[in-house]
Ligand binder design. Structure first.
Ligand code: GLC
Length: 603
């Protein structure tokens, strides 16, 4: 019978109940009827407007849901303006991405941002327009097509938690429109003060507190991040409807992935810290269901910078226990493995592989059609606190907070003998928060100056961290400039819109001349070797730690291969023999300081 139904009708039947289940959980039985009608209408309209090439992509990916869990997947993340000035400039530079083997491109700050400071583009003034300085949506659509032809999927941020204070919804709210006022959380000063006691601080130094006075709204508006980023009230079904429409409109422009910004913060509930609430998951599941119906080629990626134990649920969960629907309910296809990233830097500071080993062990068991996004650096700081719980579970004499503070001090170059040149973020160094710095500056290239031995060690550390991201099986994503060994960029201090924000330290402009430097040649050569080794290994997906026989060395099984990473500055003996895919030479019985070896199975 169902053979006679169109693919859309089939998916409405198959996935619709999953979407309605989330709506019921979020908004109650009574709200679901009319809301579902409106959402169904949006889904049908979006699907009808979808270009034939994208519909074909939908079909191909439905037939191969693991398409992005592949050994050759490799990602790149960049600000458009910092990379190439504009969308047209980026299109002209696409050959650089192809040469690196990129198959997934995350463009930051692409959509129209608030005037003035915009938290690096994360205060969005219009989700459906491109930042005018950079180009037009038509140019982006052409870029997406050009990239798709090169098998590169384009990803854009969908800042779900907040709009800019000059977004049309916010402007209408300020003008007194009650419909849009209800898009935000407006509290009395007393209620805001009461809530504040339960909440954490994302930017304690530059944006303390979680509420901002909004006289036009007659109260305090919830602002988890900067005062100009107004948190959306997802308890209002109109927000859900509006955001589904935004998402599907963008998907029809050719974006193949959405980075769901700050997913942990979406639901507010009195008496809680308002992070990782079950409802935040239902919201993501609703968005996923909508995509699965109307644009199923599209990936969702969760950014949830939260303690390790709270992260895997962003892939989805089996919620038979919550109601009797049962079955696995998917959320995001990709989730940042933030804890593994932090663990890599802790391991370098400590000369011990203990923490990344524990995180790898906690990162297994992925559902089908899902993978980690693995990385060493991104546009944000290294937030140390997310691995506190993992350290507490490890046998150690040192208290976890002290251990992380030591790693942070080391990374900030405050420990005698440290090679790292990071800087504390949202902290003067006295409290644990984050560290900023480019990969090269944190790994020792800046401090090495012209000293060839010190430079060699820095290159090895860079390769070691790239190897962690690649060998652990995730969609390994490099941050723009790290492939060229770009150092910390201090010019942001002279820019009034950036001076207060230390993360600009590691968001340099691409130096195209630097790509010809010895450093860039060495780093990109090693990256290419790592990528080729992974392809040859056939490995991708959930990581598998291996016993290396030494606490300083991390062992990882990647496909048919075994990879060993020496996080220490010591020469360490290993009991592995065979052929190293990276150097093309037989593996010596001893790993050199910070050496990576990739043992091919056909050794
Ligand atoms: C995400 C972004 C970060 C931004 C924050 C608020 O964490 O990665 O850059 O500051 O969300 O939008």
């Amino acid at each position: 019978m169902s053979d006679a139904l169109s693919p859309l009708e089939q998916r409405l039947r198959a996935v619709g109940p999953r979407l309605r289940r989330q709506l019921r959980r979020l908004y109650g039985d009574a709200a679901v009827g009319p809301l579902w009608q409106q959402i169904e209408d949006v889904l049908r309209r979006a699907h009808a407007a979808r270009a034939p090439a994208l519909v074909a992509l939908d079909e191909a990916r439905l037939a191969d849901p693991d398409w992005f869990v592949a050994p050759d997947m490799f990602g790149y993340s960049t600000y458009v303006d910092r990379f190439a000035g504009s969308v047209a400039g980026l299109t002209a530079r696409a050959d650089h991405l192809e040469a690196l083997g990129v198959r997934y491109l995350h463009l930051l700050a692409l959509l129209k941002a608030r005037a003035g400071d915009s938290d690096g583009g994360f205060a969005v003034a219009d989700y459906l327009a491109v930042e005018p300085r950079l180009g037009t949506m038509d140019e982006v659509e052409a870029l997406a097509e050009r990239l798709r032809a090169a098998r590169i999927s384009l990803c854009v941020d969908l800042a779900l938690n907040h709009t800019a204070d000059d977004h049309e919804w916010a402007r209408r709210a300020k003008a007194g429109d009650p419909h849009y006022r209800a898009f935000y959380h407006v509290l009395s000063p007393e209620d805001a003060a009461a809530r504040e006691r339960d909440l954490g601080q994302v930017f304690p130094t530059t944006a303390p507190g979680n509420f901002t006075r909004a006289p036009e709204l007659g109260g305090e508006v919830w602002t988890t991040f900067y005062p100009f980023q107004w948190d959306l009230n997802w308890a209002n079904p109109a927000v859900m409807l509006a955001m589904i429409e935004v998402m599907l409109t963008l998907a029809n422009r050719g974006f193949e992935a959405f980075r769901l910004d700050s997913t942990a913060f979406l639901w507010k509930e009195a008496g809680t810290d308002c992070r990782n609430r079950p409802e935040a998951h239902y919201i993501v599941r609703a968005l996923r269901s909508a995509l699965d119906i109307a644009a199923p080629a599209t990936l969702l990626k969760a950014e949830a910078i939260v303690p390790t134990a709270f992260v895997p649920p962003y892939f989805g969960a089996d919620d038979g226990a919550i109601d009797d629907a049962g079955g696995f309910e998917p959320e995001c296809h990709l989730v940042y493995n933030n804890s593994l990233m932090v663990a890599g830097w802790v391991a370098l500071a400590e000369g011990s592989a203990a923490l990344p080993r524990a995180i790898l062990a906690a990162s297994g068991g992925l559902p089908r059609g899902a993978n980690w996004l693995s990385y060493s650096r991104c546009h944000d700081d290294i937030g140390w606190g997310t691995v506190l719980g993992d350290l507490a579970d490890l046998p150690a004499e040192v208290d976890p907070v002290a251990r992380l503070r030591a790693a942070a001090r080391f990374s900030d170059g405050q420990t005698p003998g440290s090679w790292a040149r990071g800087e504390p973020f949202q902290s003067d160094g006295s409290v644990l928060h984050g560290s900023n710095g480019t990969m090269a500056s944190l790994a020792g290239l800046e401090a090495a100056g012209d000293d060839p031995d010190a430079r060699e060690m820095a290159f090895r550390r860079i390769t070691l961290l790239n190897a962690l991201a690649i060998a652990s099986g995730g969609l390994a994503t490099t941050y723009m400039g790290d492939e060229a060994g770009l150092l910390n960029d201090h010019v942001y201090r002279d820019d009034p819109e950036h001076a207060h924000e230390g993360r600009w330290l590691h968001r340099p402009r691409m130096d195209w001349d630097a790509l010809g430097s010895d450093a860039a040649r060495r780093i990109t050569r090693d990256l290419a070797r790592l990528r080729r080794a992974r392809i040859a290994s056939g490995g991708a997906g959930a990581p598998a730690p291996l016993d290396s026989g030494d606490a300083r060395v991390l062992g990882i099984a990647c496909g048919r291969d075994r990879v060993f990473l020496n996080f220490s500055g010591d020469a360490v003996g290993i009991a592995a023999h065979g052929f190293d895919r990276l150097s093309g030479a037989p593996v010596a019985a001893t790993l050199a300081p910070w050496q990576t070896v990739w043992l091919g199975e056909d050794a």
